[in-house]
Design a protein around this ligand. Structure first.
Ligand code: OGA
Ligand code: MN
Length: 235
């Protein structure tokens, strides 16, 4: 069920399509910090050695007297040039990003992770899921697309961490039907049925509408079951 009060002129332009569900403040700052640290750890471990060394060198040059627990969330990201962001292929929809298919979370290393993930789990409309991490550079963007209909099913859940970005939804049948939603850090959205199949979505580059121009991590969870299946939307 969509709660209209969750949208205000400050975070919405246009009309929200059916089957778009949104919680602007699902995760606390400490949960966000845990999820973002764990996601960065996984991506960093999978990354290229040269950039691993670069990050190590950068960290060793920092004055690390401030506790990591106190630091603002944005400081968990290192400068853009410490990451090997892909430009995207000439016909690709995602530009300046790194991504991975996540098969397991590093729960042993991050004590707060299990409770945060179990809160997230409680929102999933069905079981049998696949998880991707997507890290956008400060000037990264996602161009309008519909997620491959033969690769995942009726719903897509996105957790946003880091810099605020705008999600733009545009009806495939009527390009004048557009909604722009500001996604703050800690927010969760679900696109199901109508919006999942009949709207294109994009993540805009940083603009004046968003605060700051930093990097963003999204945790994308999709249903592996392609056809039918029972959905229970709990937000
Ligand atoms: C995608 C996508 C949206 C987001 O990975 O296909 O559209 O919120 N991501 O990062
Ligand atoms: Mn997508």
């Amino acid at each position: 069920m969509l709660s209209k009060r969750l949208f205000s002129p400050a975070n919405l332009r246009g009309t929200v399509p059916s089957d778009f569900h949104f919680v602007p403040d699902f995760f606390s700052v400490s949960e966000q910090r845990t999820l973002l640290s764990a996601a960065l750890e996984r991506l960093d471990a999978a990354g290229n050695r040269r950039f691993q060394k670069k990050r190590k060198y950068f960290r060793s040059s920092l004055n690390t007297s401030a506790s990591i627990c106190e630091a603002p969330l944005s400081e968990l990201f290192l400068p853009d040039d410490c990451y090997e962001f892909l430009q995207g292929h000439y016909d690709g929809v995602i530009h300046k990003y790194r991504e991975m298919h996540l098969t397991s979370w590093p729960t042993a290393e991050f004590p707060g992770l299990v409770p945060a993930l179990s809160r997230l789990q409680s929102l999933l409309p069905s079981s049998n899921i696949q998880t991707h991490l997507l890290h956008l550079a400060s000037d990264g963007e996602i161009l309008p697309h519909v997620d491959n209909v033969s690769a995942s099913g009726r719903w897509i859940l996105g957790v946003s961490l880091g810099s605020d970005r705008i999600l733009r939804l545009e009806s495939c049948a009527n390009p004048d039907e557009v909604a722009e939603i500001l996604l703050p850090s800690g927010s969760i959205y679900i696109q199901s049925d109508t919006v999942r199949y009949q709207y294109k979505h994009s993540i805009l580059r940083n603009s004046a509408f968003t605060n700051g121009a930093g990097q963003r991590m999204s945790i994308m969870i999709r249903n592996k079951q392609i056809r039918a299946g029972h959905l229970v939307i709990k937000i």
